[in-house]
Design a protein. Structure first.
Lengths: 364, 364
């Protein structure tokens, strides 16, 4: 079934941009001509994606001066040193400030290519062409770019909004099951943090999503992007509300850091992290045990882990969580649930409830 | 003689900031308390500067959590890899988004520390404490941050305005003569590109500046900062007028790149570059031979080179000049003089005049 073309706008004044959602958009000369009028185009992609979509993209870009760098697949490429060969290619080819960067890939490619665009000659334009569900609903929207540091995720980066996000649903047909599920973790996140109606929809339609029903996936991408666009428009640089998007992420980033990036997928770590946030929220008496179980059940239904690895000591948890960018003045701020569909950022919680949540994770 | 405290404001709306000019400001608890209220402070400095000023700065910062990284001296440190140990120290010490970076040093330290501030956890505040005349009058003001790439200067960077610039004239007493003269190159630049009255003043007072008369230096720093502040306020991200500040820089950067950074000081390369720009402007008939000679005479009076090295072939000149960030759509844009005290950015010049200017440089 051919899903209708959908469009979501991210309203940020002069930095506003469209999110185009549909099928066959990577091959669409019209869509690309609108999004990418630049003469010089650097496509940043990875070795797994390039053979699948790069030829069609190059063809659709027509007679522009198109170059590309295909990095090895994986989170370990999201580091400062990976920028140098990309910048090198751009300089060798005489790319100036009017050039365009296209990120063709998942979150790693999007964050890295976005950071290259943010910093090449102090800033050029870029377009996100996400090839995973996770990137479509989350990382490609909102202008957060950056790389990891050995001591923490996304510790070096910039806010730099793309000129457009083009979500071609066709690419989801080749997405491995595990990555589809990892994307659904971020989808569930939007429902839990601020969209109770969407939570009901997901509970009823998770099977269709897992079966890659295009209508269901189109709706999911649109709904998540609407949610994210509203939050980003209200708080572009994460001075407040935007931090809600990190539901499950403080715990999840600690899992990723403790295991070395790449062992758990980001979405898997966030899934377990959301279960910990729900458990802690219930422990605080903010949500009921039934609501906690409902959140965990939906995560389980998506085929995602509901428990963190049990070999991380409470000291290691705290060490990694202390690096979270939400923390201010040494206080650990967490995104917790006041109810299903309403998250809050808080450092005003009973310390025991965090201790117990971490201790429980260690008990498996 | 104790120079009066002077202050210049850079007007950029919410990103406005003061430039404080005076003596003993590094030791001044009051000035620092105003500029640096943060609890966590990373001082980025170099091994030559640290023993001279870091103890006094640390004392003036009182009971804040102050850490520092002292890099080896030199332009070769202005590279992406130099960021990692700084970010590492900040992460080890639990620095959050409310921390502050202080750049204590010359242009290399200011540009690098500013880029760390621009990108640490996607952006934190920073204060410039320039320790060279060049940094006081130029690089510390205006928010251009970044690092070099092996293929070109400042090719990776960001626009990120400081919270304050503190120009302590006392530090100029320990500045080596060669660096004082290099700073005067940028001083002369302001006069040539847009301040004919200042040009007259410099012709009359260059000796006082070279003798480090504090009153003369205070006036120079103030006047240059006023010039730069006006240009930056009108064109923060260099979409137009700000490019005038690159008078002499397209030629100068090519000299630096051809010789390997560090052989010629930046100011020395810019001095020779301005002589080439003046020569080419005269060749075009835009300024008279007398005005060309007047510009070159002032640069010579400051003890600066008036000729580029003669071992760079025209092909190499063009190769390096083609990387200039001012270029658009493949056209080489140059800052040239319409008259002394009025520069223009132009790609609308007779190509022969550039050929001849480069050929003349090769003839020595």
């Amino acid at each position: 079934m051919q899903a209708p073309m959908r469009k979501v706008n991210v309203s940020l004044g002069a930095r506003s941009y469209p999110i185009e959602i549909g099928r066959g958009l990577i091959d669409s000369t019209n869509v690309l001509a609108h999004a990418a009028p630049a003469r010089q185009v650097m496509v940043v992609t990875n070795a797994a994606i390039a053979p699948l979509y790069l030829p069609a993209l190059r063809q659709a870009l027509g007679d522009r001066h198109v170059i590309h760098v295909a990095l090895p697949d994986g989170e370990q490429e999201k580091r400062l040193e990976s920028m140098l060969p990309i910048v090198d290619e751009m300089l060798v080819n005489g790319f100036d400030r009017d050039c365009l960067v296209i990120a063709l890939g998942g979150g790693v490619i999007g964050d890295l290519a976005g950071f290259v665009a943010a910093t090449y000659q102090r800033g050029v334009g870029y377009v996100q062409l996400p090839t995973t569900l996770l990137a479509m609903v989350d990382s490609s929207v909102g202008g957060k770019t950056g790389v990891n540091h050995p001591r923490g995720k996304n510790m070096i980066g910039a806010f730099h909004q793309p000129l457009a996000v083009i979500a071609d649903l066709n690419v989801l047909s080749t997405l491995p099951d595990r990555e589809l599920r990892a994307g659904l973790a971020e989808v569930i996140k939007y429902a839990l943090l601020g969209d109770a109606e969407f939570l009901l929809w997901l509970e009823a339609n998770m099977d269709a999503a897992l079966e890659r029903d295009t209508t269901a996936l189109a709706y999911i991408v649109e709904r998540c992007c609407q949610n994210k666009a509203a939050i980003v428009a209200a708080d572009e640089r994460e001075t407040g509300e935007r931090a809600l998007l990190n539901l499950g992420h403080t715990f999840g980033h600690a899992i990723e850091a403790a295991r070395g990036y790449g062992d758990w997928l980001h979405g898997e770590a966030i899934a377990a992290g959301m279960c910990m946030a729900a458990t802690m929220s219930a422990r605080l008496g903010w949500i009921s045990a039934a609501d906690r179980d409902r959140a965990i059940a939906l995560i389980a239904k998506a085929g995602l882990p509901t428990k963190a690895p049990n070999d991380i000591s409470p000291e290691r948890w705290r060490e990694f969580m202390a690096r979270d960018k939400k923390n201010r003045d040494g206080k650990m701020r967490l995104v917790l649930l006041k109810r299903l569909g309403q998250a809050v950022v808080s450092s005003d919680y009973d310390a025991d409830s965090l201790d117990q949540t971490l201790a429980q994770a260690c008990d498996g």
